[in-house]
Ligand binder design. Sequence first.
Ligand code: ADP
Ligand code: GN1
Ligand code: MG
Length: 369
Amino acid sequence: MRKLTMEQIRNAIDHFELGGEVTGMIPHGNGHINATNKVMVTRWDGSEALYILQAVNGDVFPRPLEVIENIRRVTDFLRTKAKEPREVLKLVPTLDRKDCYIDDNGICFRVYCFVTGAVCLERPESMSDFYQAAYAFGKFQRDLSNFSAEQLHETLADFHNTPKRFRDFSKAVDEDVCGRAETCPQEIAFVQAREAFCSVLMDAHAEGRLPLRVTHNDTKINNVMLDAATRTALCVIDLDTVMPGFSVTDFGDSIRFGANTAAEDEKDLSKVSLDMDLFEEYLRGYLDGCGGKLGEEEIMLLPEGAKMMTLECGMRFLADYLQGDVYFHTDYADHNLVRCRTQLRLVECMEEHWDEMKACAAKYAKKYR
Ligand code: ADP
Ligand code: GN1
Ligand code: MG
């Protein structure tokens, strides 16, 4: 998505019902997709309020109104189960009582109440943080277990259809539009060697061993807020990809991002490894959050979910690098290649720890039976 001008941002925020005057605005967070700003407002009664203004990335989400409709439906539903307002994202209406504002360039903007008294982490700072993030995503899935999936638009078709991702990746390699394939033959070969693995979850689903549920589909730890005072699970955010999906991929994406001992874009690959204690802690938190909803076979496929999400994300970063960095926000020339390398190294680590990962899943599959 093209960088927005200050004028575009200013114009957009003026269309929302903020109940006061905007006194400041700064870019916020580390999301790879949307353009996010924190907005400071002085209300007419003199008190201060905070909001999040986001431009939905129209290159990624071709039908942004469907994204907004999904968020309205999911948040209304979750609100009926919440104990306090901060537990659920709240869309702020526009002056003409809509959930978003579309500007003259067709960019879709939305505003959320800022979740206050909360922290959003880039990495878990303790075992307990990771347990709490897991609990939040597990509970999110449990809360949505009686939400009918027919109400949801498919905002991104085939989002975690890994065999399809593999075909897209192969096309990017064949086309090589930027002439970059010669800079990463080892990474390309690594992914190609794992083609068969890509269909393991889709096959399990086709054989009735893995149910479709309503899932989050983007479960990085920076997509959950913890209460700052109690450091417990508070609110799941970034609801753009809530769609039917697999519990094991929600689990897996959190492991990919949070149980890695290094950052997603660490250049020194010797720092990348799978922290097995964090893996087990997340597994425990996720199952507790799901509240006994997952079946035994599903629990047994959690390690496959972790490896699948890591491999899939690696091939998505690599495909984007080959295509000229058109999807993920990047900060420097080979940022996507760097991100791809950490993911592929983490896949290797998972393969090294495979028996332990499966034994851990088996232990909890028995316990939660
Ligand atoms: P992206 O899809 O680009 O990742 P997110 O919706 O995850 O966008 O927002 C990016 C970041 O902005 C989050 O990681 C979080 O730090 C912050 N954020 C988003 N929504 C809120 C909110 N309602 N309150 C506080 N912080 C938020
Ligand atoms: C994106 O939006 P964000 O930064 O939370 C991406 C995820 C990737 C992730 C990799 C809609 O998540 O699928 O796993 O980057 N979101 C979308 O960090 O493509
Ligand atoms: Mg995000």
